[in-house]
Write a protein that binds this ligand. Structure first.
Ligand code: PEP
Ligand code: MN
Length: 394
């Protein structure tokens, strides 16, 4: 298993895992089954998938106000997409468990162990704070349960559209992920249902075909995602699809391409052609964030709205050309008025980044940038697709 914390006292980690094992699940199996059906519709070209939220949730910033602002942004974007495309929009928040981060380096610029997300250690730059603490898994689980309770409360009151929102996170820390599994007998073979999120994905840094994360995802009854970066070959993509969708179930697997706006038009087409020819009906989703990150003056990690939009445009071009369904997008965003990404109608420049740069990890679109991008995506999704839309409506 790549990217796992080295708990200083493994016995304490085992004790925490035991407590988690006895905690109530964060999500219900009924709703997870419902998402499986909705993602099958996306895979068939009958719906669109919008997934978004913080890069990393954090214990201190994660107030009801913050979560509500993120959910409001997501449902507003979904409203724009649904109205303009005529397709139902499946909404998945990066929320209620998005507390762990893979890191490219074990040690940061100060020589301290890297921050790995609030589930593992603290971002504060001291050795004590960076030492992995398994008790953080309990806090993450409790906060995740609070988040799903908030979604239900909003859905019953102030934000009815939130009722339809599913939750997701990267399945990274296996001591956490394996603490809430029950046997699901409803599918073609017995599988394990995770009670920690409706949708779980495997990240770019933990997608080794012979690694523990892919093996774990293969056992799950939940619909799963897999990030595929610019180094992915068509043969590898096919191996993932066979491994993670052995029963050829539409929407069981979401392939989340994150190629970069300069690479997607070259790297994605042979992958899509190979997978489509195999008969597996995956959801094709574009993450236009993670391969378009750069460091601006002052050391701020950022992304340009124009480059994000260009990767999405490339994604639509590729799928239109091949005749496959551009199924959805996966974004890092918040409803808070942060200054973390460059561009958009307000003209946020690199010089503006320090004003409200709040992210615990990667730069997020703010509410205005995210809503604007939804309009851009709606335009791309409706550009020259009358025949397909007509077919779906018939
Ligand atoms: C993420 O989604 O925050 C992430 C780390 O993505 P990736 O695995 O694609 O780099
Ligand atoms: Mn990220």
């Amino acid at each position: 298993a790549a990217q796992q914390p080295r708990w200083p006292d493994p016995r304490r980690a085992a004790d925490v895992a035991d407590l988690l094992h006895r905690a109530a699940p964060v999500v219900t199996a009924t709703r997870t089954a419902r998402l499986r059906e909705e993602l099958a519709a996306v895979a068939r070209g009958e719906a669109f998938l919008l997934q978004g939220g913080d890069c990393a949730e954090s214990f201190t910033e994660n107030t009801d106000a913050h979560k509500t602002a993120n959910l409001r942004t997501l449902v507003d974007m979904a409203g724009v997409l649904a109205r303009r495309t005529g397709l139902p929009v499946v909404k998945i928040a990066r929320m209620a468990g998005q507390y762990a981060k893979p890191r490219s380096r074990d040690v940061d610029a100060h020589g301290l162990p890297s921050y790995r997300g609030d589930l593992v250690n603290s971002a504060e730059p001291t050795l004590a704070a960076r030492t992995p603490d398994p008790a953080r898994m309990l806090r993450a689980h409790a906060d995740a349960a609070d988040a799903t309770a908030l979604i239900r409360r909003l859905g019953d009151g102030a934000l009815p559209e939130a009722r339809e929102v599913f939750v997701s996170h990267e399945a990274l820390i296996l001591d956490y992920e394996r603490s809430s599994l029950t046997v699901d007998d409803s599918g073609p073979e017995p599988r394990l249902a995770s009670g920690l999120g409706h949708f779980l994905w495997i990240g770019e840094r933990t997608r080794q075909l012979d690694g523990a994360h892919v093996a774990f995802a293969a056992l799950l009854a939940n619909p799963v995602g897999l990030k595929i970066g610019p180094g992915t070959t068509p043969e590898e993509a096919l191996a993932y699809v066979r491994r993670l969708d052995p029963h050829v179930e539409p929407g069981r697997l979401t392939l989340i391409s994150r190629m970069g706006h300069t690479r997607i038009r070259d790297v994605l087409p042979p992958i899509v052609e190979k997978v489509a020819a195999s008969g597996h009906e995956v959801v094709w989703q574009c993450d236009p964030m993670h391969a378009n990150t750069y460091t601006a003056a002052g050391g701020f990690k950022t992304r340009k709205v124009d480059e994000i939009a260009d990767e999405i445009a490339g994604f639509f071009e590729v799928h239109r050309r091949i005749g496959t369904h551009p199924g959805g997008i996966h974004l890092e965003l918040t409803g808070d008025p942060v200054t973390e990404c460059v561009g958009g109608a307000a003209g946020t420049a690199e010089a503006d980044l320090p004003a409200r740069y709040r992210t615990a990890c990667d730069p997020r679109l703010n509410g205005d940038q995210a809503r604007e991008l939804a309009r851009t995506v709606a335009a791309l999704a409706t550009d020259g697709v009358e025949p397909r839309k007509a077919a779906v409506l018939r």
